[in-house]
Design a protein around this ligand. Sequence first.
Ligand SMILES: [Zn+2]
Length: 256
Amino acid sequence: MQFQQLMPVGYMKQPTLKTFVIAKIKKENTEKCIKLYKQKYHQYFYQHDYLKLIKQGQEKDYVLMLFCFPEDLDKMKLDFEVEQFFEIQLPSIAPINKEQKQIYDEYWNILHPNYEYPHKQNKDAPLKMQQILDTKQTRNKCILYNDENDIIIEAEDETHINNVRHCVMVAMEKLAEHNKNQNNQKHFRETQYYAREMTLVTYFEPCIMCSMALIHSRIKEVYYYQKRVVDGGLNDQLQINNMKQLNHKYLVFYQH
Ligand SMILES: [Zn+2]
């Protein structure tokens, strides 16, 4: 059984571009400008911290500085001694591998410490999926196992009890119970997060709700067999596992 990885949007493609305002600054003013900029606007580009602040201009006496978004120019420009402002298009998200960094570097100098998107697949996932396929309850079932390949939780849909009791939600509930047991108390206290270093194998793509629950659990990887027609949370359109705004990410693989 082969799984394909759900790669972050834009992987190995030309970047989607966004308009930024660039300031052309006399070289002798560079240090002053950077200092002021960092004092007043150090948070401004927090989602674009892969873009270097300064770049050598084509004219040797000038440097170019990443300055702001067009809508903020009027309120920000008065603070600085700038020769000229102009708009350019720059990659709107960080590169995720070396090849992509090279492409992005042609737009602007890119700073990005870890390019390689992790892609190593869990050797046991095909076996666990086969185990699900071999049961009667295949379509409603999921298995959660740890980094030693021990199955920790098996769960099935309980939507006959309640509409939101999808198998992943049931698994999370069972896992919380499991972690509270006396024997596992230490593990629970040390990790805090239920599913850290665990892998989930499930027949159906987790829905949006379950994908979020998996974020909270700090799961490591998710494997699924069948895409959902509606409300799926882990597909090319909606990659909840890769959302930049959320404080945890996990890898997703699916049967192609
Ligand atoms: Zn669900």
